[in-house]
Design a protein around this ligand. Structure first.
Ligand code: C2E
Ligand code: CA
Ligand code: CA
Length: 571
């Protein structure tokens, strides 16, 4: 067995380790609760033995934390303690422990206790295997009561065969909830489960009894319609589902809003095999996501082309940096009341010999999917800082160069150290750098890790901005706990302020909110004088957009800045 052993007394640790090795076990010895937790996260052992009395995090607290990080399978925990009274037994079992060994102990006691634990662990594993097997054999998804993936695939094969025989039109629908992961991470798995159950009920209510609905994965549902008159009928059902899901869910005193993206593929026009139909419905679903979520799309041959294009771009992107195809463009950010430049946003730009200029909105998501974003992002960071130093931007107190970051970059182990390195190397002052993170990154998963890095960067003097603000699922209380300096209001709201009263209200609220939190607020994507005037009228102080300037390459920015400096000197 692989045994994780924590004891802060080095002598005891050596003694027990020796015993365990003699008994033929593999041991990971550590000297504190925190180390035990780290080691546990890295490679989950088969058994944990914890000394109860330890400096810092004691054995009970360590057990509790282990149970928190590992909820899926139960790894047995045994406590070592010199005095085992009623109260501590209760506390230990409540903390998630399984047994006690009283110190001092003999090798025989240790061996027997481990044997007993092994027996229980084996039985538990057997139970898990059997229940998994049962689920495979059964046809029902235990959470929602809908059919499960196995049954779905079996039935789909049958219905395709029948449709072929009877020359019937059949439709397949692929439904994926939008931002489900975010809700799961924000409110916890329990709420996620409740939501899935509610969603399943609402979806089912949109169907006839002969339609077949299944949950085939976390937040993925599939439906097939065995005999339909036309493809349009399926679209109507999809719209009905979207309408039903757009009504707020009220779960345990929380109002939760969710949307879905739906892809549709029909037999025989979009595919004649199970694999093809599923793949095409899935592609159509991804297309719906790309179209801004919360909508439905039919499969079409163009999507196949897009898919191929995606693969080509993914391949070409691998060589973009080494072939010098990447460059940076800079979009000025203005103090809109005084009409002076207060910063530049750096945007990556890719010019490929065959595909021409590829927009970041196309290649950044691909770079994120494939993990290439860390290399590209780090390159952007280094180059932008070098350029900013060349332009001497840090001689101005309130001037910032703003760089977009992706979540993958923040998750790099030494991200903070790397940024510090770049600043040292380029000699750029930290106050000149602003890092933009999207709201979804900050509010999404791994918040603890992000919070940590964000705080470090902030304390070092670097500004932190939340990008595309208003589009994510933010909770104000969480915003308050982060070291943020700037909010960038998403351009979709700014562009609609004159035509959509809702957008105007939202922008107004976001600006008030930013002010309340003491943040700098920048409106993105200002294209017209009317929008600018409206923003000024509601006390928005900063903005960027085509009305002022499009992103400009380094050469032209050079000229632009020189002119600017000249006018400054002449002032
Ligand atoms: P973003 O951070 O929201 O950047 C603003 C985008 O809006 C840019 O598009 C910019 O050219 C565009 N824009 C600026 N003013 C206007 C306007 O008045 N009207 C309209 N319609 N658009 C305007 P771009 O360059 O295509 O970048 C798209 C997105 O790609 C960026 O959105 C950002 O999320 C991402 N991105 C770009 N460069 C990088 C990078 O170096 N690293 C990372 N991680 N992401 C990047
Ligand atoms: Ca940005
Ligand atoms: Ca933005």
């Amino acid at each position: 067995m692989k045994i994780l052993l924590a004891d802060d007394s080095k002598t005891n640790l050596a003694f027990t380790t020796n015993c365990l090795i003699k008994l033929g076990h593999e041991v990971i010895p550590v000297t504190s609760g925190l180390q035990a937790l780290e080691a546990f996260k890295q490679t989950p052992p088969d058994l944990v033995i914890l000394d109860v009395v330890m400096e810092g995090v004691n054995g009970f607290e360590t057990a509790k934390k282990i149970r928190e990080v590992n909820t899926k399978n139960w790894i047995p925990i045994i406590f070592l303690s010199a005095n085992v009274d009623d109260e501590s037994i209760k506390e230990g079992i409540d903390a998630g422990g399984d047994d006690y060994i009283t110190k001092p102990f003999s090798e025989t006691t240790l061996a027997s206790k481990i044997k007993a634990m092994q027996r229980i662990a084996d039985m538990r594993q057997e139970l898990i295997d059997t229940s998994n097997q049962l689920e495979r054999l059964s046809s029902i998804d235990t959470l929602t009561g809908l059919y499960n993936r196995f049954q779905f695939e079996r039935s789909l094969a049958q219905v395709i065969a029948a449709s072929e025989r009877h020359n019937r039109l059949m439709g397949l629908m692929f439904i994926d909830l939008d931002n489900f992961k975010l809700i799961n991470d924000t409110f916890g798995h329990h709420m996620g489960d409740l939501l899935l159950i509610e969603v399943a009920t609402r979806l089912k209510n949109c169907l006839r009894t002969e339609d077949f609905i299944a949950r085939i994965g976390g937040d993925e549902f599939t439906v097939f319609f065995s005999d339909v008159e036309s493809a349009e009928n399926i679209g109507q059902v999809a719209q009905k589902m979207l309408d039903m899901l757009s009504i707020d869910f009220y779960l345990e005193k929380h109002n939760i809003r969710i949307g879905a993206s739906i892809g549709i593929a029909c037999f025989p026009s979009h595919g004649t095999t199970k694999e093809n139909l599923l793949k095409h419905a899935d592609m159509a679903m991804y297309h719906a996501k790309a179209m801004g979520r919360n909508n439905y799309q039919y499969f079409n041959e163009e999507l196949n082309d897009k898919y191929r294009q995606h693969i080509n771009i993914e391949y070409a992107l691998k060589f973009a940096l080494e072939r010098n195809e990447m460059s940076l463009t800079y979009q000025p950010i203005y103090d809109i009341t005084r009409h002076i430049i207060v910063g530049l946003e750096v945007l990556a730009c890719w010019d490929h010999q065959k595909y021409g200029l590829v927009s970041p909105s196309i290649f950044i998501p691909i770079a994120e999917e494939t993990g290439m974003i860390t290399t590209i992002g780090n390159w952007v960071l280094r180059n932008a800082c070098e350029q900013a130093k060349k332009w001497n931007l840090d001689q101005y107190e309130n001037f910032k160069i703003a760089i977009n970051l992706s979540s993958h970059q923040l998750l790099q182990k030494d991200f903070f150290e790397m940024v510090v390195d770049i600043l040292n190397y380029t000699q750029l002052a930290p106050h000149s750098l602003e890092l933009e993170l999207t709201e979804t990154i900050i509010m999404g998963h791994r918040t603890d890790v992000f919070k940590n890095v964000i705080n470090k960067l902030h304390n070092f003097g670097i500004s932190i901005a939340i990008d595309d603000f208003g589009t994510g699922y933010s909770s104000l209380t969480r915003l308050k706990h982060l070291s943020i300096d700037t909010l960038k209001i998403d351009q979709s709201f700014v562009q609609d302020v004159m035509t959509d009263p809702n957008s105007a209200i939202i922008v107004n609220c976001l600006i008030a909110l930013g002010k309340n939190l003491g943040l700098k607020v920048i409106a993105e994507g200002i294209e017209t004088e009317e929008q600018l005037n409206f923003l000024k009228s509601i006390d928005c102080l900063y903005g960027q957009g085509y009305l002022f300037s499009k992103p400009i390459n380094a050469e032209n920015m050079d000229v632009f800045l020189k002119k600017l400096m000249l006018t400054k000197e002449n002032d």
